[in-house]
Design a protein around this ligand. Structure first.
Ligand SMILES: [Zn+2]
Length: 273
C-alpha cells in the first residue's frame, strides 16, 4: 500500500508524457535498483505527439536459461475526461509487481525474470489505437524470447478476480494460474478480453499472455480512483497467487508455455513506435 499511496496520492494523476509520469518512473526504478536489480534502459518511447515521450522501467534478473517470464504493470493514469489519480488503475498492479520483485530479489528462479512498469498504457486522445505505447514498444524490441507475460492491472477493487486473455486461450499459462489458485484457495474465473491491457501486444504476437484483473470498479477512470479506494488484502491475494505459481514453475512447464507460443502467430495490427 505504500507504493499505492506514493503513486496515487503523493504523485497523483500521471498521464503519459507528463512530469508526474516521469516522477513515477523514477520512484519505481529507484525502488527496483534498491532491490539490486539491473534496470535496462530501453530509451524514449514517442507518443502520438512526437514531442511527448514515455518510458518503460525494466528490471531483469539473469536467473536460468531459456525463455523468460515477464510480470508487468502500467504506471501511468488516465487524464482524458477526468484527471484520475489511478489508485486501482493501476497503482494497485504496480504495487503487486514491486512486491513480487522484492520477494524474488534473492530467490532462485527457473528462468530469466522481468519486472516491468509500462508507460503510456491509457488512451491519450480520441484515437482508440493511441494506447499501450510502452508494452507495444517492449514487445517490438524485446531482447529475448518470452515463455509468458502477465499483466497485473486493476487488482484492488471488485468482488471477483479474473484471468483475461485474447482467444485462443493460452492454456498452459491459464492452467498454471488455476492450479495456483486451487492450492492457495483463491477464487478465480476466466473471462476473454479484446485486449484492454498491456497483455495485448504480446498476445497478438503469439506469446502466452494474461491480464489479471478484478471487476467491477465503480470509480473506473474517474477522479474517485484514489488510493483509499484500494483494498489492501486484494493486492496480497494476487501476490500470493503469482508467487505460488512461480514456486511451482520448472523448466518443463516454461517450455510447454513457450511451445504454445510458437504454435501460431497473429499479424500485428498496430503501429509500433
Ligand atoms: Zn489500467
Amino acid at each position: 500500500m505504500a507504493h499505492v499511496l506514493t503513486l496515487a496520492e503523493e504523485i497523483g494523476c500521471r498521464p503519459a508524457g507528463s512530469p508526474q509520469e516521469a516522477q513515477a518512473a523514477r520512484y519505481i526504478s529507484g525502488y527496483l535498483l534498491g532491490l539490486g536489480y539491473d534496470i535496462l534502459n530501453k530509451g524514449e518511447i514517442p507518443l502520438s505527439d512526437e514531442e511527448c515521450i514515455t518510458h518503460n522501467v525494466i528490471a531483469r534478473r539473469d536467473t536460468g536459461d531459456g525463455a523468460g517470464l515477464l510480470i508487468g504493470a502500467h504506471y501511468d493514469s488516465i487524464a482524458l475526461r477526468e484527471r484520475s489519480p489511478g489508485g486501482n488503475d493501476n497503482a494497485s498492479g504496480v504495487a503487486a509487481m514491486l512486491e513480487m520483485a522484492r520477494l524474488c530479489a534473492g530467490a532462485d528462479a527457473p528462468c530469466p525474470m522481468y519486472f516491468v512498469a509500462f508507460g503510456g498504457e491509457e488512451m491519450i486522445d480520441g484515437d482508440p489505437d493511441h494506447h499501450h505505447f510502452g508494452s507495444r514498444h517492449f514487445y517490438a524490441h524485446q531482447p529475448e524470447p518470452l515463455a509468458a507475460m502477465i499483466s497485473v492491472d486493476m487488482i484492488g477493487v471488485g468482488d471477483r478476480l479474473y484471468l483475461r486473455y485474447l482467444e485462443p486461450a493460452p492454456e498452459p499459462l491459464l492452467q498454471a494460474l488455476e492450479a495456483a489458485a486451487q492450492r492457495t484457495g483463491i477464487a478465480l474465473a476466466r473471462k476473454a478480453d479484446p485486449g484492454h491491457s498491456d497483455h495485448e501486444p504480446f498476445a497478438r504476437g503469439g506469446i502466452p499472455a494474461v491480464w489479471i484483473q478484478r471487476l467491477d470498479d465503480p470509480a473506473y477512470h474517474s477522479v474517485d480512483d484514489v488510493a483509499d479506494h484500494v483494498e489492501p488484502v486484494y493486492l496480497q491475494t494476487v501476490v500470493r497467487l503469482l508467487m505460488d505459481m512461480l514456486g511451482e514453475l520448472d523448466r518443463q512447464a516454461l517450455d510447454e508455455m513457450a511451445a504454445w507460443s510458437t504454435g501460431w502467430s497473429r499479424t500485428l495490427e498496430f503501429e509500433v513506435r
